[in-house]
Design a protein around this ligand. Structure first.
Ligand code: FES
Ligand code: FES
Length: 154
């Protein structure tokens, strides 16, 4: 089934079967493998991408539902030249270890700070509570997101 949407600022078209999840479409059809797939049933948050400004679990959305949407994956948060301020804060605070959860953490945090650049630590924890990390203990992740807030203020 032909589906057209915008992926990281580029118009894309896919003919994935109707049952294909957006996560599988992004990874296997469109070869943007930064989006990770963990639980495949909406629990871990590793597959989070941004659809029309909202953080969305791409394992729970069908690719056909993205018709006409603007989709941003972790690859779309920065360019090859430099890390985004959010990514740089993750590096500075050692907010990742194995990195499996990191694309979902970054996309979730980016969607949050775009809407709420003054989010306090309690709000950051609340929003990131749907993203599981087996390595870091979360403190460094919250610190990194908190520090990145200034880059999102207009
Ligand atoms: S893979 Fe989508 S929430 Fe875990
Ligand atoms: S850094 Fe390993 S799961 Fe989060």
């Amino acid at each position: 089934m032909k589906t057209r949407f915008e992926l990281n600022g580029r118009a894309v078209e896919t003919e994935a079967p109707p049952r294909t999840t957006l996560a599988d479409c992004i990874r296997h059809e469109l070869m943007q493998t930064g989006t990770h797939v963990g639980c495949e049933h909406g629990v871990c948050g590793a597959c989070t991408v941004i659809v029309n400004g909202a953080a969305v679990r791409s394992c729970l959305m069908l690719a056909v539902q993205a018709q006409g949407a603007k989709v941003t994956t972790v690859e779309g948060l920065s360019n090859d030249e430099a890390l985004s301020p959010l990514q740089a804060a993750f590096r500075k605070h050692h907010a990742l270890q194995c990195g499996f959860c990191t694309p979902g953490m970054l996309t979730t945090a980016h969607a949050l700070l775009t809407e709420e650049p003054d989010a306090d630590k309690a709000r950051i924890r609340e929003v990131l509570s749907g993203n599981l990390c087996r390595c870091t203990g979360y403190i460094a992740i919250v610190e990194a997101v908190y520090e990145a807030r200034k880059a999102y203020r207009k």
